[in-house]
Design a protein around this ligand. Structure first.
Ligand code: FAD
Ligand code: NAI
Length: 485
């Protein structure tokens, strides 16, 4: 059925974090007063990758697998005797689904509350103003946008020659939904997805080998010293690493018909570029985690002559405008780190640009968190980046082994590291590995955003006993001397 052309103030394609936040903000800014706001999403639920198959389900599995692992291995020394501990994988997955369902429904409620029309279907450009929507329930409709926002996100980059079936050769989407615990797993790529998913399955009993092309784990942005410390701790938990090693091919036909299915991944050390040195790794499951790429399939960009860069990203200016000024773009499908909170900041800013003509995102101050155990978190610049740019810096560190709360909790692995300008003492970067690093980095982010010096942080009273005192003491170590180390 075709409905008449229906003009909206803002039409958003994609109901992920970028799209739904922009929709809510547009509703709040009163766009609906003149003309309504519409958010088109084809998945069937709102929240995009993050809520459905990304941030949220992965953190549920990380939290509960950590709890399980801790009950198995870290209770005796705390005077807690536990009996027969068992994992019920189906219920473990159900707990994840409960979290996801609650949050996606919550977003649907928020759209309604803010007067946003939620159109369930796949949107594609007919021309610069009209979007055709193939409705999930059948039929199609067309909406016209005075302003249009592309927020179609990203998808896993496939590994050439190794077809993804989400059972034996998986991306993160398969990795959050396996129905049995594999005996062995090879992870291609030691970035954030690789390490988070490796943590989950390794804690449940899978023997995991992570193969990473670069000389350090953690993906882009992680400080080399912190990456090294992280690798040591993850190795102690039972993970194997092959660094400076590239997976060159895979074969999933191996073992397909035997009782113990296995896949072969051919790897070779890149420092000695000699294929004779290549070796085979066998595993029941291979996780492909070599990065994500922008998703614009079926969007009809060819109908409006929209430009993409060499990595498939929609090209925008500093106000998120594409070359067609009333069509803007934010989130994973365009430039910048592929992070939910970055998408959220951009979504608010783009609506402000449309509505008021100004907006702001500080790209130098976007935190990153890897939810392994311990967590790794950072904001601002790392040592390698400062060195490469020949920016002088001073370093201060404080280990959790000298922090009273960490000692009390018998949880002392890790450190806080700060980098500051040696002349002005202005904070340049914070890098933490340790318990609750993901929460603690908020303090670092606030300090960086407000242009704090490490002395400002060192002179700020922190409650005792808290892990946050390690943050204060790292600032003292950068500025002069820590008290407790
Ligand atoms: P998406 O969330 O991908 O949303 C885009 C939406 O658009 C999708 O729902 C898609 O169905 C829809 N769509 C696409 N094309 C059309 C069309 N033509 N018509 C209608 N709808 C369409 N980030 C963090 O900050 N913290 C984390 O802990 C974290 N964990 C992650 C874990 C995993 C396993 C993965 C894969 C990612 C994780 N991320 C994390 C990254 C985060 O998920 C993304 O940065 C975020 O989802 C980007 O939001 P987005 O709205 O730009 O895109
Ligand atoms: P990534 O870019 O972080 O890491 C991919 C890694 O794979 C790189 O280190 C790369 O060197 C390596 N690699 C590539 N090809 C290889 C090969 N053939 N053999 C061996 N290694 C190879 O990408 P990842 O981990 O897939 O994550 C994608 C994005 O999702 C990230 O950029 C991140 O922004 C987002 N994400 C964020 C999370 C968080 O904030 N906690 C959690 C999960 C994902």
């Amino acid at each position: 059925t075709n409905s008449p052309l229906d003009e909206k103030d803002l039409v958003i394609i994609g109901g992920g974090v970028a799209g739904y936040v922009a929709a809510i903000k547009a509703g709040q800014e009163g766009m609906k007063v003149r003309l309504p706001v519409a958010c088109i999403e084809k998945r069937g639920t709102l929240g995009g990758t993050c809520l459905n198959v990304g941030c949220i389900p992965s953190k549920s599995l990380l939290n509960n697998s950590h709890m399980y692992h801790q009950i198995l291995h870290d209770t005796k020394n705390r005077g807690i005797e536990v009996g027969d501990v068992k994992l019920n994988l189906a219920n473990f997955m159900k707990a994840k689904d409960t979290a996801v369902n609650g949050l996606t429904k919550g977003v649907e409620f928020l759209l309604k509350k803010n007067g946003v029309e939620y159109i369930k279907g796949a949107g594609s450009f007919l021309n610069e103003n009209d979007i055709k929507v193939e409705l999930n329930d059948g039929g199609e409709t067309t909406v016209r946008g005075k302003n249009i926002l592309i927020a179609t996100g990203s998808e896993a980059t496939p590994f050439p020659g190794l077809e993804i079936d989400e059972k034996r050769v998986i991306t993160s989407t398969g990795a959050i939904a396996l129905d049995k615990i594999p005996e062995t797993m090879v992870v291609i790529g030691g970035g954030i997805i690789g390490l988070e998913m490796a943590s989950v399955w390794s804690r449940l009993g899978t023997k995991v080998t992570v193969v990473e092309f670069l000389g350090q784990i953690g993906g882009p942005g992680m400080d080399a010293e912190i990456a090294k410390a992280t690798q040591k701790l993850l190795k102690r938990q039972g993970m194997d690493f092959k660094l400076n090693t590239k997976v060159i091919s895979g074969d999933k036909s191996v073992g397909l018909h035997s009782s113990t299915p296995c896949i072969v991944a051919l790897v070779f050390p890149i420092c000695r570029m000699n294929t004779n040195l290549s070796s085979q790794l066998n595993a029941d499951v291979v996780l492909v985690a070599i990065g994500r790429r922008p998703y614009t399939q079926g969007l009809g960009l060819e109908n409006i002559g929209m430009e993409l860069d060499e990595r498939g990203r929609v090209i925008i200016d500093s106000e998120y405008r594409t070359k067609i000024p009333h069509i803007r773009c934010v989130g994973d499908v365009t430039f910048g780190p592929m992070l939910a909170h970055k998408a959220e900041e951009e979504a608010v800013a783009v609506v402000e640009y449309i509505k008021k003509g100004y907006g702001h995102v500080n790209y130098g101050c976007i935190p990153s968190v890897m939810y392994t155990y311990p967590e790794v978190a950072w904001v601002g610049q790392n040592e390698q980046e400062l060195k490469n740019q020949k920016i002088p810096y001073r370093v201060g560190t404080f280990p959790f082994s000298a922090n009273s709360r960490a000692k009390t909790n018998l949880d002392t692995d890790g450190l806080v590291k700060m980098l500051a300008d040696p002349e002005t003492d202005r904070l340049l970067g914070v890098h933490i590995i340790g318990p609750n690093a993901g929460e603690m980095i908020a303090e670092g982010t606030l300090a960086l955003e407000y242009g704090a010096s490490t002395e400002d942080i060192a002179r700020t009273c922190h409650a005792h006993p808290t892990l946050a005192e390690a943050f204060k003491e790292a600032a003292m170590a950068t500025n002069s001397k820590a008290i407790h180390f």
